[in-house]
Ligand binder design. Structure first.
Ligand code: ATP
Ligand code: MG
Length: 573
C-alpha cells in the first residue's frame, strides 16, 4: 500500500493533519482505533479503521489498537480476539501498540483524585432518577446537586471508600463539577465513575468495583498514548467540550484534538451492535460470521476480500454529511476485485441431463480452458468432456420467447470451450417433467466456428460422470427495506419485522467441474454466467459448500424496480 499517498483521495481530516504537520503543531501523527469489545466489527468500523490506520500509514505515523473496555458487563474476550483477527485481516498492523483502557485504571483513578483535590469533582449521593431530574432539559437549566459543595476531604474519603467497595451499586457516583446551567447537557456535572459490584472484568478480574465513564476515560487514554488526532463519529461532537475540559483540568502530557466525521450507514442492513447481537442471539442468522451479516467476519465468509473493503472505504470518502450508502457500491467493489483475480470455472446450479447420442460411450476428451479470459498468466485447466453432461435447466426452453438464445427443441447452442450441440429429443418422466435431453454434437465445431454456421448462444456445462456434487447458498439482502430503522419508526413496527425471510436459498443438487475439488476454504471463483462464489469456511468432507459472493451484474436496480411493481418479468435465475 506504499503507492497509496497519491491515490487516496483527500478529505477534510487529511487537510487538518497536513496543516498541523506543516505548521509544526504536530511532529509525528498518532491515531488510534478504539473499539468496545461488546460485539464483532462491522463494515462501519472498517471505515474508521481505514481512516485511522490509513492516515498513520500515509503520514509516517502510528495507529494504536485500543480496547475501550470500561463497560465490563457487556464485554468479552471472544470479542477482543475477533476484533484483532478482523483488523489484521483488513491488512492493518498495530505492532506493539495494543492497549486496553483498563490498562490505565490506576492512572485514571489518580486523575480523578486530582480533580477532587482541585475542587473539580465531587461524590454525589443522588439516585440515578434524581440525577436525571436535576439535570434539566434542553430548554431548562439543571439544578445543583445538594452534594455539590462537599469538602475536598470528604470527597476524597468517600471516593476512596467507593473504590474499597463500601457502597452498593447506584448509591453514589463521582461527578465532574462544571456547570449545571450549561447549554451543553454533557457539561452539566457529568458522571465520571460509577459503582459496579460482582462483575468479572475480562482484563482486571475483580480488582475494581468502580468503573470510569467513557467521556472521562477516552481523552485521558488518548493523551497518555500521545494521540495527536482523535477521530470519532459525529455523535461525539457534543461531547467534545467535555473531552477538552477533562484534558484541561488534569495533568496529562498533551492535548489531542478530537475531530468528528459521519458514520457509514448501508442500505438493507443494520449496523448497531445491539441489533446485530440480537440477530445472532435470537437465531435470525447463524452467527456473527453468517454471510448475510454486515460484519467483517460475515463479509469474509461470504467471500469479500480485504482489498475490496479497503477500496469501498476509499470510495465512500470521509465527510461530516449524514448519508446512507447503496449496497450496490459495496458489491461493485468486490465484483471489480474478483473480476481481476478469480479463476473462471463452470458450475451447474439446476442440473438437466444431456446425452450426446452421437458421442462414443467410452470416450473422454480433456478440453483445455483458460482460467481467466484476459489474464494468460493465470494458466488453464482441463475440462473432461464425455457423452453425458449437465446443463442448467434455465438454458433450455421448450416454448421459448422470441429472443431466447439458448437451447430449444431442434435448435443449436455452443457449449463453452467445447462443441456446438443440437437438441434432438426431449425425455420426460411419467409426470411429464423434462428429465433429459438427447442431443447431437458437431465434431467440426471444437473451439471453432465453421463458415456459415450461426450459433446464437453459449452455455456452460459439466461432464456428468466427472462432476462434483455440491451445495450452493444464494444470499439476498437481509432486510426487505433499504432503511429498516426508519421504516420501523415510521410504521410503529419492530425493525425485525423487516427481516427478509428469503435471504438464504440453498441449492443442494449442484454439479461442479472437477478442478474445483482442489479449492480451499475461502477461495473465490467466477462460476461462468452465475456470479462469484467462495468455498465456505466450514466446508469440508464429501460435499463442498459454496457461498455466492455477488452476482455478475448489479441486480439491485432490478430488485428496486420489482419492489415498485414495475417490469416484474420473472428473472432467469
Ligand atoms: P454501537 O453504537 O453500535 O455500539 P459503536 O460505534 O459504539 O457501536 P465502537 O466499538 O465504540 O462501536 O466503535 C469503535 C470506533 O468505530 C468508534 O470510533 C466509532 O466511532 C467507529 N464506528 C462505529 N460505527 C461506525 C460507522 N457506522 N461508521 C464509521 N465509524 C464507526
Ligand atoms: Mg462506542
Amino acid at each position: 500500500m506504499s503507492d497509496s499517498v497519491q491515490r487516496r483521495p483527500g478529505n477534510f481530516i487529511r487537510q487538518i493533519v497536513e496543516e498541523d504537520l506543516r505548521a509544526g503543531r504536530v511532529r509525528r501523527v498518532a491515531t488510534r482505533f478504539p473499539p468496545e469489545p461488546n460485539g464483532y466489527l462491522h463494515i462501519g468500523h472498517a471505515k474508521s479503521i481505514c481512516l485511522n490506520f490509513g492516515i498513520a500509514e500515509d503520514y509516517g505515523g502510528t495507529c494504536n489498537l485500543r480496547f475501550d473496555d470500561t463497560n465490563p458487563h457487556k464485554e468479552d474476550t471472544e470479542y477482543v480476539e475477533a476484533i484483532q483477527r478482523d483488523v489484521r485481516w483488513l491488512g492493518y498492523d498495530w505492532g506493539e501498540r495494543l492497549y486496553f483502557a483498563s490498562d490505565y485504571f490506576e492512572q485514571l483513578y489518580d486523575f480523578a483524585v486530582e480533580l477532587i483535590r482541585k475542587g473539580k469533582a465531587y461524590v454525589c449521593d443522588l439516585t440515578p432518577e434524581e440525577i436525571r431530574a436535576y439535570r434539566g432539559t434542553l430548554t431548562a437549566p439543571g439544578r445543583d446537586s445538594p452534594y455539590r459543595d462537599r469538602s475536598v476531604a470528604e470527597n476524597l474519603d468517600l471516593f476512596e471508600r467507593m473504590r474499597a467497595g463500601e457502597f452498593p451499586d447506584g448509591s453514589r457516583v463521582l461527578r465532574a463539577r462544571i456547570d449545571m446551567a450549561s447549554p451543553n447537557m454533557n457539561l452539566r456535572d457529568p458522571t465520571l465513575y460509577r459503582i459496579r459490584h460482582g462483575v468479572i472484568h475480562h482484563q482486571t478480574g475483580e480488582a475494581w468495583c468502580i468503573y470510569p465513564m467513557y467521556d472521562f476515560t477516552h481523552p485521558i487514554c488518548d493523551a497518555l498514548e500521545g494521540i495527536t488526532h482523535s477521530l470519532c463519529t459525529l455523535e461525539f461532537e457534543d461531547h467534545r467540550p467535555l473531552y477538552d475540559w477533562v484534558l484541561d483540568n488534569v495533568s496529562v502530557p498533551c492535548h489531542p484534538r478530537q475531530i468528528e466525521f459521519s458514520r457509514l450507514n448501508l442500505e438493507y442492513t443494520v449496523m448497531s451492535k445491539r441489533k446485530l447481537t440480537e440477530l445472532v442471539e435470537e437465531g435470525y442468522v447463524e452467527g456473527w460470521d453468517d454471510p448475510r451479516m454486515p460484519t467483517l467476519s460475515g463479509l469474509r465468509r461470504r467471500g469479500y476480500t480485504p482489498a475490496s473493503i479497503r477500496d469501498f472505504c476509499e470510495r465512500i470518502g470521509i465527510s461530516r454529511a449524514d448519508n446512507v450508502v447503496e449496497m450496490g457500491m459495496l458489491e461493485s467493489c468486490i465484483r471489480e476485485d474478483l473480476n481481476r483475480r478469480a479463476p473462471r470455472r463452470m458450475a451447474v446450479l439446476h442440473p438437466l441431463k444431456v446425452v450426446l447420442v452421437d458421442y462414443p460411450e467410452d470416450r473422454v476428451e480433456a478440453l483445455e480452458a483458460p482460467n481467466h479470459p484476459q489474464d494468460p498468466a493465470m494458466g488453464s485447466r482441463r475440462l473432461p468432456f464425455a457423452r453425458e453432461l449437465y446443463i442448467d435447466r434455465g438454458d433450455f426452453m421448450e416454448n421459448p420467447p422470441r429472443k431466447f438464445k439458448r437451447l430449444v427443441p431442434g435448435g443449436e447452442v455452443r457449449l463453452r470451450h467445447a462443441y456446438v450441440i443440437r437438441c434432438e429429443e426431449i425425455i420426460r418422466d411419467h409426470q411429464g417433467e423434462i428429465i433429459e435431453l438427447r442431443c447431437s454434437h458437431d465434431p467440426r465445431t471444437l473451439h471453432a466456428n465453421p463458415e456459415g454456421r450461426k450459433v446464437k448462444g453459449v452455455i456452460h456445462w459439466v461432464s456428468a460422470r466427472h462432476a462434483l456434487a455440491a451445495e450452493i447458498r444464494l444470499y439476498d439482502r437481509l432486510f426487505t427495506h433499504p432503511h429498516p430503522d426508519a421504516a420501523a419508526r415510521e410504521t410503529g413496527r419492530d425493525w425485525k419485522d423487516f427481516i427478509n425471510p428469503d435471504s438464504l436459498r440453498t441449492l443442494t443438487r449442484c454439479r461442479l467441474e472437477p478442478a474445483l475439488a482442489e479449492a480451499r476454504p475461502g477461495d473465490c471463483f467466477q462460476f461462468e454466467r452465475e456470479g462469484y462464489f467462495c468455498l465456505d469456511a466450514g466446508s469440508g468432507g464429501e460435499r463442498p459448500v459454496f457461498n455466492r459472493v455477488v452476482t455478475l451484474r448489479d441486480t439491485w436496480a432490478k430488485i428496486e424496480q420489482q419492489l415498485r411493481g414495475e417490469n416484474s418479468a420473472p428473472g432467469q435465475s
